[in-house]
Ligand binder design. Structure first.
Ligand code: B16
Ligand code: MG
Length: 218
């Protein structure tokens, strides 16, 4: 195993709550109600695709031009950026910082495969940016998760073959993306929702360098 490819939201930190609040503000302005259950569908999904899902819920899918949709997505992102302004190392999910340090000390490469265009800023706020060897730019992808492109790209940017990597995700679409890239997948969360993964653990503090190496070897 040469590299470990990480999702951000739900694995390194929990930004889902902020995304939800920012989308909720926008949705309310448009007269659309969204709840936490609906928000599950937005996890791991790009900003543009998330907006489409919200507009579809409010039956407003064909009511806006492309430019208007871009403005709506930009206004959500402005609100989201204000919310993440206060983030710090206290927002790293349990066990993740020591895991990243252990993997680095063990000479493994680390890649970020997040759908979030705010990924680099968030890693800097968490104090984890320098531990990563590469970050995929989601704006350069032709398709988002569950397409395998983002995890294939992360492996490629690290100069690794997919067989030398492990991918870690919390969303079903993300696990599908890892599996379709022919990368060993580890998921964090609900065993039933994430059953497609090679291994599922309940919480991030169960992720250790030894466990990841073992799953890759099996
Ligand atoms: P942004 P991940 C994803 O992060 C979030 O889960 C998803 O809710 C969000 O819409 C997406 O990033 C795009 O984020 O608006 O910051 O570009 O789970 O792929 O790390
Ligand atoms: Mg995620």
């Amino acid at each position: 195993m040469k590299a470990v490819l990480f999702d951000l939201d739900g694995i390194i930190t929990d930004t889902a709550g902020y995304h939800f609040l920012a989308w909720k503000t926008l949705a309310e302005k448009l007269g659309i109600e969204i709840d936490k259950e609906f928000n599950e569908q937005l996890k791991g999904v790009s900003r543009t695709d998330s907006l489409e899902l919200i507009l579809k819920k409010g039956q407003l899918k064909n009511e806006f031009t492309l430019a208007e949709k871009e403005a709506l997505a930009a206004s959500k992102n402005e609100e989201y950026k204000q919310m993440i302004e206060q983030m710090s190392s206290a927002d790293i999910l349990p066990g993740i910082e020591s895991l990243l340090v252990d993997l680095k000390n063990d000479h493994r490469l680390l890649g970020l495969a997040s759908a979030s265009q705010n990924g680099p800023v968030i890693l800097k706020k968490l104090g984890l940016y320098d531990l990563f060897d590469t970050i995929v730019n989601p704006a350069e992808l032709s398709a988002g998760k569950p397409d395998p492109e983002i995890f294939q790209k992360a492996a490629e940017q690290l100069g690794c073959s997919v067989s030398e990597c492990v991918g870690i995700e919390d969303a079903a679409a993300g696990v599908e993306s890892i599996n379709r890239a022919n990368i060993v997948s580890i998921a964090v969360g609900d065993k039933e929702v994430l059953s497609a993964a090679d291994k599922v653990v309940i919480a991030t503090n169960e992720l250790t360098a030894d466990l990841i190496k073992r799953i890759w070897t099996e």
